[in-house]
Design a protein around this ligand. Structure first.
Ligand code: SAM
Length: 269
């Protein structure tokens, strides 16, 4: 009952603004495990021969990291200035910094404890993490070539404000890459807001089958990680929150009650 009440309340902007920052701050402080680097449901190509080659240390994070890999592959990052909004525990920006070789990448998150965790655990000369709100991004107009956003936008009070901010900070010709999930009834409003920002749509794709495949492929690894990292009283919550096989989230993806997508947009002005 509490879980469904919570989910209903997340329909309201004031509630999202109230809860998500303390939730993610709490998670970063209470669970400082150095091998918990991602908080997304992952991506697996349907043809496994397309999986990227990884260094041995990255292999345990293959599925959540592949979500970054395949989204980032939609544009060129080498030598560019990149901002990740909603960088969480920092694993995504750290992966991009090393494999996609941007000139500079900044990971930004509203949860200060997650930012501190990221700065402490991920070191690369072209990478740093800062605290900041997607609805009021603390950077100058026209200052980034690429903005990337992974499984974070559902938590924002106003998606309109976020898209307006992305448009403002992108250089002309810059790219915006976004991936997340929504109840399908909310997707038309999401798309309208995206296009009302003035950004031009390049490509879009529903990736629910790839996310479901990742949930399947990662299941054993994920359950072992949860068992290792959290006390028994929290295991059930983390299995649901982390979408193990058989979780309500997996069922909702299978039934089409939740759709996972990505969009690639360009700042044409
Ligand atoms: C599900 S996690 C995803 C983290 C990361 N992108 C990943 O894939 O591992 C969502 C993240 O969005 C962040 N977030 C929520 N609201 C935000 C806001 N208004 N501005 C910036 N970050 C926000 C949360 O603190 C959290 O770290």
């Amino acid at each position: 009952m509490w879980a469904s009440l919570f989910l209903e309340l997340t329909e309201y902007p004031w509630f999202r603004r109230l809860v998500w920052r303390p939730v993610y701050n709490h998670l970063a402080k209470k669970f400082p495990a150095k091998d918990w680097l991602f908080m997304n449901y992952g991506y697996d190509p349907l043809n496994e021969s397309e999986r990227p080659q990884l260094e041995a240390g990255d292999e345990p994070h293959r599925y959540p990291l592949q979500l970054y890999h395949f989204l980032a592959s939609q544009t060129l990052m080498q030598g560019k200035k990149v901002l990740e909004v909603g960088s969480g525990r920092g694993g995504g920006s750290y992966y991009l910094a090393r494999y996609f070789k941007p000139g500079e990448i900044i990971g930004m998150d509203i949860a200060e404890n997650a930012v501190a965790f990221s700065n402490e655990n991920h070191k690369s000369p072209n990478l740093r993490y800062v605290a900041g709100n997607a609805e009021k991004i603390p950077f100058e107009d026209r200052s980034f070539d690429v903005v990337i956003n992974v499984e974070s936008s559902h938590a924002y009070g106003s998606i309109d404000l976020f898209f307006h901010e992305v448009k403002r900070i992108l250089k002309p010709g810059g790219f915006f890459l976004i991936t997340d999930m929504r109840d399908p009834k909310n997707i038309p409003a999401f798309e309208k807001s995206l296009l009302d920002s003035g950004l031009a749509l390049e490509r879009q794709q529903v990736i629910t089958p790839n996310v479901l495949k990742a949930i399947d492929s990662e299941d054993e690894l994920k359950r072992a990680r949860i068992a290792r990292q959290v006390p028994p009283a929290y295991v059930r919550f983390f299995e649901e929150f982390g979408a193990v096989k058989g979780s309500q989230l997996e069922k909702d993806f299978m039934a089409g009650k939740l759709v996972y997508f990505w969009y690639v947009l360009r700042n044409d002005v």
